[in-house]
Ligand binder design. Structure first.
Ligand SMILES: Nc1ncnc2c1ncn2[C@@H]1O[C@H](COP(=O)(O)OP(=O)(O)OP(=O)(O)O)[C@@H](O)[C@H]1O
Ligand SMILES: [Mg+2]
Length: 176
């Protein structure tokens, strides 16, 4: 803490925007974030095909302590990784709504709120398709294809919990 009456720049502008240069780097960033997550945290992943959403989700799972490489749900909407079965710090819910033609009613049918407001961590791929169902407080991560090996990663927090989370993340990942 300083005695300055001004908030540090990082607190005023909590958005984190950078470029990942490799799959390993994207996973590592995810892991740094995963280490900081708490029960009922919600991470929304947005971006085109192949922009790296699943890759980042793999890192988040690793950061939670899951010993397996998670993959996008293929036949189910939600892959559940209960903490007790995977030896992780928290239960991990990996949600991918891309394949749904009517994602909003289908998620409602599944009782999505039980996941979003439960004791685990939710990571939602293609979250922009179900934005009306998502909690107002969340961390949105927007991924962009830049070149074969480069991806833009922009993290935007909504709500105090996620501003604080991003502040911690920035310190841990970049020392800022
Ligand atoms: N810096 C990088 N970060 C992440 N992925 C990268 C990077 N460079 C190259 N890639 C490649 O981009 C692809 C990312 O795939 P991934 O499944 O994570 O994307 P996605 O956003 O989940 O796609 P989808 O919308 O199909 O689910 C992989 O083939 C990966 O090898
Ligand atoms: Mg994916």
């Amino acid at each position: 803490m300083t005695n300055s009456p001004y908030a540090p720049a990082a607190m005023l502008n909590p958005v984190v925007d950078f470029i990942s240069h490799s799959v390993a780097q994207t996973q590592r960033i995810g892991a740094r974030l995963g280490e900081l997550l708490r029960p009922s945290d919600v991470i929304l992943l947005e971006g085109d095909f192949g922009s790296g959403k699943t890759c980042l989700a793999q890192g988040i799972a690793r950061g939670l302590g899951l010993g397996v490489l998670v993959n996008s749900p293929t036949f189910t909407l939600i892959n559940e990784y209960p903490a007790r079965d995977y030896g992780s710090r928290l239960t991990f819910y990996h949600i991918d709504v891309y394949r749904l033609s009517q994602p909003v009613p289908e998620l409602l049918d599944l009782g999505i709120d039980d996941y979003l407001y439960g004791q685990g961590v939710c990571v939602v791929e293609w979250a922009e398709r179900v934005v009306t169902l998502m909690p107002p407080d969340h961390l949105a991560i927007k991924l962009k294809f830049i070149s074969e090996t480069k991806r833009g990663i922009r993290m935007e927090p909504s709500g105090n919990r996620y501003v604080g989370l991003l502040h911690e993340f920035r310190k841990r990942a970049f020392g800022l």
